[in-house]
Design a binder for this molecule. Sequence first.
Ligand code: MRU
Length: 349
Amino acid sequence: MNTNIIDLKTVRLSQDGSAVIILDQTCLPESEVYVSLSSVEEVWDAIYRLKVRGAPAIGIAAAYGIYVCSRQITADTYEGFYNEFLRIKNYLASSRPTAVNLVAALNRMEKVVAVHPMKSVLEVIQLLRAESEAIRAEDAAACRKIGENGLSLLRPKMGILTHCNAGHLAVSEYGTALAPVYLGEERGYSFKVFADETRPLLQGARLTAYELQKAGVDVTLICDNMVSAVMRKGWVQAVVVGCDRVAANGDTANKIGTSGVAILARYYGIPFYVLGPTSTIDPNCPDGDSIVIEERNPEEITDMWYASRMAPEGVKAYNPAFDVTPHDLITAIITEKGIVYPPFRMQDL
Ligand code: MRU
């Protein structure tokens, strides 16, 4: 466990292109385990089970995944190849519904096939590899820029609160919401970060606390219901969160609990920043009500983290994975292209 956080590759392609290699995030923080995914079922399952998670990271995993699976298509005509490609694409797209990066990356990959009907199947497959690598490289470049843009809004020694994990583990490298934190750390800003544990899957406790601590950032873990207490003490000067889908009007879907943090930030007069690449903006989605919110297995609430069951057998449980923060609670949306302030017109970016 002595590796630098940036040396841990969240998602990559094996050198021979036959597999997607992911750091299994369900094993963190106990162990750093890499798993190799070489079938469409394995890629689907890894995304569904959050072995790879975070909007940009699942887009990259899906892009690599469809390339890996395209190599296994046996059809030798372009039409046969395209039909099988579409079947794989639709299957992978069904793994998680909320993060737009998943379907956007798959659409980009499909476009490579669609615009090259005159090329051989082999040539198309080579182009698919290049496109998947481009998706990863663009995300890494975007994260760096988001870090610079985000840091321009922060001051040394600030207390910063974050929800879920929008760091290195959620992207190609570096992070979105955590990118300015890492950059500030490099430049001696000495931030004090509060990480919400993020019920029910504990991305804050298991992943954000883990990666910030590993990077030497001053991080304090709190339960989700402690946010108000920490803000009331005056310990938080800015909130930074990631995003899974930003609608044209700025309404933003992110991990369940984010909207509650935004409401508290407004009450205490603390700026609430959403950070994400422009690949997370969905210009076709007019507002938050149009965003499909993933609902997950209720057992994640009742059973998953306990030695024995913590809720009565048969109790009803509601388990939405994301919520929508209305745009009027957002101080600014920070992308690689710049900082957007209200009134948000995200489709113009
Ligand atoms: O269910 P998860 O862990 O995939 O949810 C992740 C989040 O909500 C992140 O904040 C979001 O994807 C942004 S990651 C840069």
